[in-house]
Design a protein around this ligand. Structure first.
Ligand SMILES: *Cc1c(COP(=O)(O)O)cnc(C)c1O
Length: 428
C-alpha cells in the first residue's frame, strides 16, 4: 500500500505540531515509519488520505465500540449542534445521561462529567485525598491513568519506596506521594500499605489492565485489593476509562462482583466525543464543590454535543445487552483463528483476551504484569505491525496496546484478518 499523501501531510504537520501529532501514541515511534492520516471512517473501516481502506482494530483507542460514524450518535450530535454548542449552564441532557449511567453501573449514586479520562482520574484522586484527608496513592506499574502529574511515575526498585518522576516536569514532591506496585501482586500492595500506615488515600487500578497489552486480574486480585482498602480506610478507585461500558454494561464491577469506591470513565461513555466522568456513592460525591470542599470544574464539562453522543451510545448499549456477548464471541473467534495460524508457523506468542479486548505478545511466558509484558519481542512486533498494515489491517502502533473489537466487524472481516496474520506470520 502507498502512503504518499500521508507522508506529505505528516511532514507539514511536523512543522507546526510537536512530532506532528496531538497525542504521542499516534506517532509510530515504536514501529518506525510515518503515521497514516485518516480522511473518514465508517463501521469497521478507516479510509485514509491515500485512498486505502483499513480494517480498524484501534477504534479511536476504544470509544467506537459500535463502529465508526454510528448513525444514532451522528444524528444526535447534528440535531444538538443546531440548538447551540455550549452554554456554560445546566441542560436536561446532562441529567438524562447521568441517570442512565447510574442505572447501568452498580454501586454508584452520582456521577460528574469531565472532558477526558485524564481529568476523570485526576479528579477522582483529588476527591479521594480530600475525603480521606490523606496524601499518598498506590498505582500499578504499567497501568495508565492519563497524563496528570501523579500518574507519570516510573517503575523500578527505588521508585517503589519514594517514587521518581519518569517525565521531566513532574516534581519530586508530587512523585513521592505516588507509590508503585506490581499488577496482580497483592503481597507487594500489602507491604506498601504496612510501610505507609495511615498515609494512603487510595489505590487506583485498571481492574482489567489494557495499557500494557490486555491483562486480566488474577483470581482474587481485585477481591484482595477491596479487602485491604476496607481494612485500612483506603478508597479503591477502578479506572474503567477503557473497560467501562465495554466489558459489560456495568463494567468490571459487574463482571467481578467487586465494588469500587470511585469509578472513572472515558472513551465509550462519550461515543467518540471528548468525555470523561467519575462516579461514586453519594457520601463521597457530595464531598465535591459546590456541596463539599473538594474543587473540580470545567467550562466545557457536560457539553451538549458530547452528552448527546454519549447518551446515544449508552442507550444503544443499554437496550441491547446481547452486544457484549456478541463482541466476546467475535473476539474469541479472532483469538482462535490467530492462535491457529501463528502455531502453524512456529511463532512464539501469548494471546491475552477478555470480552472485546485482546492482545498478541511475542513471548512464550504468561503476560501478567508490566515486567512480563515488557519481555515481548519488539522487533517481531514491528514486522508484524507493518505486515498487517500492508494487508490493510490497522492495529495499534505499539506492542503495549490492546486491540479493540467492535460490533461493526463482520465474520468476513475477522476471516480476512486471520488470513492476513497467516501471510504475515510467514515473514516473521
Ligand atoms: C485512555 C485512558 C485514560 C486517559 O484517558 P484520556 O481520555 O486519554 O485522557 C485513563 N485511564 C485509562 C485506563 C485509559 O485507558
Amino acid at each position: 500500500m502507498l502512503y504518499k499523501r500521508s507522508s506529505q501531510l505528516f511532514a507539514e504537520a511536523e512543522k507546526v505540531i510537536p512530532g506532528g501529532v496531538n497525542s504521542p501514541v499516534r506517532a509510530f515511534k515504536a514501529v518506525g515509519g510515518t503515521p497514516i492520516f485518516v480522511k473518514s471512517a465508517k463501521g469497521a473501516y478507516l479510509y485514509d488520505e491515500d485512498g486505502n481502506r483499513l480494517i480498524d482494530y484501534i477504534n479511536s483507542w476504544g470509544p467506537m465500540i459500535l463502529g465508526h460514524a454510528y448513525e444514532p450518535v451522528v444524528e444526535a450530535v447534528i440535531e444538538k449542534a443546531k440548538l447551540g454548542t455550549s452554554f456554560g449552564m445546566p441542560t436536561e441532557l446532562e441529567t438524562q445521561i447521568a441517570a442512565l449511567a447510574v442505572s447501568m453501573v452498580p454501586n454508584i449514586d452520582k456521577i460528574r462529567f469531565v472532558n477526558s479520562g485524564t481529568e476523570a482520574c485526576m479528579s477522582a484522586v483529588r476527591l479521594a485525598r480530600g475525603f480521606t484527608k490523606k496524601d499518598k496513592i498506590i498505582k500499578f506499574a504499567g497501568c495508565y491513568h492519563g497524563h496528570s502529574d501523579s500518574f507519570l511515575i516510573q517503575a523500578g526498585s527505588g521508585a517503589i519506596t519514594f517514587g521518581s518522576p519518569n517525565s521531566p516536569g513532574v516534581t519530586a514532591g508530587t512523585a513521592k506521594d505516588t507509590l508503585l506496585a506490581n499488577y496482580n501482586d497483592l503481597e507487594n500492595v500489602s507491604t506498601l500499605i504496612e510501610a505507609n500506615k495511615n498515609e494512603i488515600a487510595c489505590i487506583i487500578v485498571e481492574p482489567v489492565a489494557g495499557n500494557m497489552g490486555c491483562i486480566p486480574p488474577n483470581k482474587g486480585f481485585l477481591e484482595g485489593l477491596r479487602q485491604m482498602c476496607t481494612e485500612n480506610n483506603i478508597l479503591l478507585i477502578f479506572d474503567e476509562v477503557m473497560t467501562g461500558f465495554r466489558l459489560a454494561a456495568g463494567g468490571v464491577q459487574e463482571l467481578s462482583n467487586v465494588n469500587a469506591d470511585i469509578v472513572c470513565f472515558g472513551k465509550v461513555i462519550g461515543g467518540g466525543l471528548p468525555v470523561g466522568a467519575f462516579a461514586a456513592r453519594a457520601e463521597i460525591m457530595n464531598y465535591l464543590a459546590p456541596l463539599g470542599p473538594v474543587y473540580q470544574a470545567g467550562t466545557l464539562s457536560g457539553n451538549p454535543l458530547a452528552m448527546a453522543a454519549g447518551l446515544a451510545m449508552l442507550k444503544a448499549l443499554d437496550s441491547d445487552r446481547a452486544i457484549f456477548e456478541r463482541l466476546e464471541e467475535k473476539t474469541q473467534y479472532l483469538h482462535e483463528g490467530i492462535e491457529k495460524v501463528l502455531k502453524e508457523n512456529n511463532i512464539i506468542f501469548t494471546i491475552n483476551r477478555i470480552g472485546s479486548m485482546i492482545s498478541v505478545h511475542f513471548d512464550a511466558s504468561p503476560v501478567v504484569d508490566f515486567k512480563s509484558a515488557a519481555k515481548g519481542d519488539n522487533e517481531t512486533f514491528k514486522k508484524f505491525f507493518h505486515g498487517m498494515l500492508n494487508e490493510g489491517i490497522y492495529i495499534a502502533p505499539s506492542a503495549y496496546e490492546t486491540w479493540f473489537i467492535t460490533d461493526a466487524l463482520s465474520y468476513e472481516d475477522l476471516d480476512f484478518t486471520i488470513r492476513a496474520v497467516e501471510k504475515v506470520a510467514k515473514t516473521l
